[in-house]
Design a protein around this ligand. Structure first.
Ligand SMILES: [Zn+2]
Length: 297
């Protein structure tokens, strides 16, 4: 390729990737945001379920990572599950977009399982933020109370959610980060990996999902780029570009901060909730297993 061709292609590639990273999981806000949407889910009930899931489990604690503040006040809860002698640390996040309910439902289930059974992934300690955007979740709205998309706020940290995550991650280096999302426009399961050339864990997971009889997304709606058989690979330079354009997502930020393996899991909301939960569970188990078995570099 000639130099002039490079100069022509590079900006196009940047624009293309910008679309890819910016639009990811972004098709869900069909409804106009007003900030006065009525509550459709019970935050107090979710908190009480989370407390019950943690219970008296050894090494497990529920701490406040932040506060979704303003006219609407709700804590952002962090569950810490410390396994004695564990050499790895995993961060599991969900509910950064309020209209993607399978993520928080799965994260609650994961807290329940991990707290009830210390033999489950014994070599890893877990930090779980099951509901990153309490206002959005309670209203079934993508944004937070201030109208910010928290998953585009990790260059600016204007949102309560982004600041809570920054506090959770302070001083920690995660071996694995999983962010559980949903896509109201997708027809099948898909996932992202970031600045990571090793596609064996994700390709293995996608093959498993297919074998289970679920559809795999071939065509996430974007300007130019699409999923390639259920997988989107974001290169490191794209993450830097998103930081420079001040639309950095949580996953992008955590990868740039040094998390070794970072994945975003997406389920199509057109499937029944039970199936979406199964897909999130399958992804979690496969990706944690892979990371703990030496996949982490
Ligand atoms: Zn999302």
């Amino acid at each position: 390729m000639t130099r002039s061709a490079c100069r022509t292609v590079a900006p196009a590639a940047v624009m293309t990737l910008c679309c890819l990273l910016a639009v990811s999981c972004a098709n869900g806000h069909r409804e106009p945001y007003t900030g006065v949407e009525p509550a459709v889910r019970d935050l107090a009930g979710f908190e009480s379920d989370l407390r019950a899931a943690v219970g008296e489990a050894p090494g497990a604690s529920l701490v406040q990572a932040g506060m979704a503040a303003g006219e609407f006040d709700a804590p952002v809860w962090l569950v810490r599950i410390e396994r004695q002698g564990a050499s790895r640390r995993v961060l599991l996040c969900a509910g950064i977009h309020g209209n993607e309910p399978a993520g928080p439902a799965f994260a609650l289930e994961a807290v329940r399982s991990l707290c009830a059974d210390a033999s489950l992934f014994p070599d890893a300690s877990f930090d779980v933020v099951a509901l990153l955007n309490p206002w959005g979740w309670s209203r079934d709205v993508r944004y937070d109370r201030a109208g910010i998309d928290p998953n585009r706020d990790f260059a600016t940290f204007a949102s309560d959610t982004a600041r809570a995550v920054r506090q959770v991650a302070a001083g920690r280096r995660y071996d694995l980060v999983l962010d559980h999302h949903e896509d109201p426009d997708a027809k099948g399961f898909y996932l992202y990996q970031y600045a990571d050339p090793d596609t064996r864990p994700t390709r293995g997971l996608i093959a498993k999902v297919k074998k289970m009889g679920f559809p795999v997304e071939q065509d996430v709606r974007m300007v130019i780029l699409r999923t390639r058989d259920g997988l989107i690979e974001a290169p490191r330079w794209g993450l830097w570009y998103m930081r420079a354009s001040r639309r950095l997502s949580m996953s992008n930020w955590l990868r740039l901060e040094g998390a070794a393996k970072v994945y975003t899991v997406e389920t199509p909301t057109l499937l029944p909730l039970e199936d979406r939960l199964l897909l999130h569970r399958t992804a979690f188990e496969a990706l944690v297993s892979s990371a703990l078995s030496g996949g982490v570099q």
